[in-house]
Design a binder for this molecule. Structure first.
Ligand SMILES: *Cc1c(COP(=O)(O)O)cnc(C)c1O
Length: 428
């Protein structure tokens, strides 16, 4: 495959946009080479500016659960656009999507819409802090909650005490209120509660992690967090930006039967337009302005185009009783196919999967947290990525990302992908 035009477009973009991209992971820094410039996409396929076709396993990093340019979503956007694209005033659409979302997700009474997952998580912790009148939060190494200051804290040697910022510009003052724990390790959480009595407002977690590959919670882990939060008067925030409306209609809360106090959404909820949201029971949501004292706002929040896309997307998901079993079955089929190929090779590997999230790690030990995710052979992953690209398969350009399976993928697409893995594996 040739990427001549993509290379030219990237060179032009680099002159006017830092690194040529508006979000860093798109730049292919993790795998080397030149990013592919997309011209269009439909269903399971992406078409680039050079005319190459790819089967897409990123799907805009999650939102396109039903495939690209899904007709009901596109129609809703078109219809809505001709009526005006932003008013900064309430519309009935907002109540419609709120009502539908609340009917699909358990344990939430009210929802507030924002413009991204970052905004949702940032607002959720402010709300948790206001509600509990405490300052500190616990996050887990390897979990991503957007790029706001409080979350850009990485595990280091000080991981079990205070966080250190992993981006210049995040102050020590902010970092000291973010405590780091280890995913799937309840002890690490319990000791933070013991060391910080009455000062932890919330735990925020990806209840099925998807930003270090797919890392499901071990049995008892989420239940343990729930118990610790209840015991210590802290809120449990599920960041379901990735998992919401993807692992079940009601997300991980429904799928694993755990009650969270605040839930964050993004990605699927916007049907491909910029939408985020956070939701909780009345008692907590009534702390938000204009009812309560915690301030949060947005000029384009609840934007009619975005709400129309989101409403169409959620309606599709709501009305299709077989959707999740169908997507899960496709993911399981891909898992089995790739596993067979990899077992026949001599490569060390681990495949993690939950629902329509799946990731391939080039290391044989179980991947249960950030430390074990980092053990994967990155050099081999780079060769795998570029090999798959040559075969016409687009996976995330990073070893720490989940693949997203969509309903638009056919079993032929999956067979083609498994064959591509078989072609690539001997070369890596
Ligand atoms: C993508 C993601 C975010 C950030 O959402 P943006 O819309 O990119 O700001 C937050 N949390 C999780 C779990 C995510 O996957």
């Amino acid at each position: 495959m040739l990427y001549q035009r993509s290379s030219q477009l990237f060179a032009a973009a680099e002159k006017v946009i830092p690194g040529g991209v508006n979000s860093p992971v798109r730049a292919f820094k993790g795998v080397g080479g030149t990013p592919i410039f997309v011209s269009r996409a439909k269903g399971a396929y992406l078409y680039d500016e050079d005319g190459n076709r790819f089967i897409d396993y990123i799907n805009s990093w999650g939102p396109m659960l039903l495939g690209h340019a899904h007709e009901p979503v596109i129609q809703a956007i078109k219809t809505r656009a001709s009526l005006g694209t932003s008013f900064g005033m309430p519309t009935e659409l907002e109540t419609q999507i709120a009502t539908l979302a609340l009917s699909m997700v358990p344990n939430i009474d009210k929802i507030r819409f924002v413009n991204s997952g970052t905004e949702a998580c940032m607002s959720a912790i402010r709300l948790a802090r206001g509600f509990t009148k405490r300052d500190k939060i616990i996050k887990f190494a390897g979990c991503y909650h957007g790029h706001s200051d409080s979350f850009l804290i990485q595990a280091g040697s000080g991981a079990s005490t205070f966080g250190t910022p992993n981006s210049p510009g995040v102050t020590q003052g902010t970092a000291k209120d973010t405590l780091l724990a280890h995913y799937n390790n309840l002890e690490s959480v319990a000791s933070l509660f013991a060391a910080n009595p009455n000062s932890i407002a919330a735990i925020i977690i990806e209840p099925v992690a998807g930003n270090m590959g797919c890392v499901p919670p071990l049995p008892g882990f989420l239940e343990g967090l729930r118990a610790l939060c209840s015991q210590h008067g802290a809120l449990l925030i599920f960041d379901e930006v990735m998992t919401g409306f993807r692992l079940a209609k009601g997300g991980v809360q429904e799928r694993m039967n755990i009650v969270a106090d605040i839930v964050c959404f993004g990605k699927v909820i916007g049907g491909g337009l910029p939408v985020g949201a956070f939701a909780a029971r009345d008692e907590i949501m009534n702390y938000l302005a204009p009812v309560g004292p915690v301030y949060q706002a947005g000029t384009l929040s609840g934007n009619p185009l975005a709400m129309a896309a989101g409403l169409a997307m959620l309606s599709e998901i709501h009305s299709d009783a077989e959707l999740f079993s169908r997507i899960d079955a496709k993911t399981a089929y891909l898992h089995e196919g790739m596993q067979k190929v990899l077992l026949e090779s001599s490569l060390p590997f681990t495949i993690n999967r939950l629902g329509s999230m799946i990731s391939v790690h080039f290391d044989e030990s179980p991947v249960i947290d950030f430390e074990t995710a980092k053990k994967g052979d990155n050099e081999r992953f780079k060769r795998f990525f570029h090999g798959m690209l040559q075969e016409g398969i687009y996976i995330a350009p990073s070893a720490y990302e989940t693949w997203f399976i969509t309903d638009a993928l056919t079993y032929d697409d999956l067979d083609y992908t498994i064959q591509a893995v078989a072609n690539v594996v001997p070369k890596i």
